[in-house]
Ligand binder design. Structure first.
Ligand code: NAP
Length: 231
């Protein structure tokens, strides 16, 4: 199961898993426009900003999919600015989508993941490792995801479940469409979604007795383009 599978990093991870003939369930608001005819890919529409009915929705999805072996918590959005520029609604949406909904998804599937000695992958960020200007709320969600991953790793080690957090630097995806900055266009200045998917596959393919707890990856050069207009 991949949250935020419709595009970007989630799409790249789903594509890698499908290439290994894994059965993949993608969760997002919009149906993926890739692998449409692939019977191994199913899509469940979910809006992670609507927390009220999310536990029931996840339970219903669980009934359809049954237990799963791998959960990739990837769905997320970026909003950046000084803290006082955020409305209460915007703060809530960031926390609901990036953090709370991912925790609720893990909670729903955790008993089966434990039984199957499965793997939880959390897509964090370099913003999970260090705060930066204009990133207070986003970073807060990503630091929290790192705490979640570390705690879950400790809590579930004895049953054979593996937990990995992957922290990418800037990745060229639609994430930046609504933002007033983007990574540099030179290939040395951004990661690709496939770079992140390869890191995820590395964690998944480690032998059972070995857990890659945390993977940090970043573009060779840190170049940020502040010249663009948000769309
Ligand atoms: P993206 O291309 O914008 O994709 C975001 C994914 O999250 C989409 O599939 C989107 O699906 C889903 N999503 C967003 N809001 C949602 C909602 N309310 N309900 C359900 N699904 C929702 O961005 P990306 O770069 O692939 O980002 C994926 C993850 O990587 C995020 O957690 C992000 O924080 C993290 N990350 C990104 C970067 C970067 O530089 N791009 C760096 C570090 C970490 P729908 O819109 O169809 O719902």
């Amino acid at each position: 199961m991949v949250t935020g599978a419709s595009r970007g990093i989630g799409r790249a991870i789903a594509t890698e898993l499908l290439s290994l003939e894994c059965q993949v369930t993608g969760l997002a608001r919009t149906a993926p426009a890739f692998e449409r005819d692939n019977p191994l890919l199913t899509f469940e529409p979910v809006d992670f900003s609507k927390l009220d009915n999310l536990p029931d929705k996840l339970k219903a999805i669980h009934k359809t999919t049954g237990d799963i072996d791998i959960l990739v918590c990837n769905a997320g959005l970026g909003r950046f600015g000084s803290l006082e520029e955020f409305s209460a609604m915007q703060i809530r949406e960031l926390i609901d989508v990036n953090l709370t909904s991912q925790i609720l998804t893990i909670r729903e599937f955790l008993p089966g993941l434990r039984r199957h000695r499965g793997h939880v992958i959390v897509i964090g960020s370099e913003a999970a490792l260090a705060g930066a200007r204009r990133g207070a709320v986003y970073s807060a969600t990503k630091f929290a995801l790192r705490g979640l991953a570390q705690s879950l790793r400790e809590e579930t080690a004895s049953c054979g479940l593996r937990v990995t957090i992957v922290n990418p630097g800037m990745v060229e995806t639609d994430f930046f469409n609504a933002l007033d900055f983007s990574p540099g266009s030179d290939p040395d200045c951004h990661l690709t979604a496939s770079d992140v998917a390869s890191a995820v596959m590395g964690a998944l393919e480690a032998r059972d007795g070995c857990c890659l707890d945390e993977i940090n990856l970043s573009p060779q050069k840190k170049v940020i383009d502040f010249g663009k207009k948000a769309t």
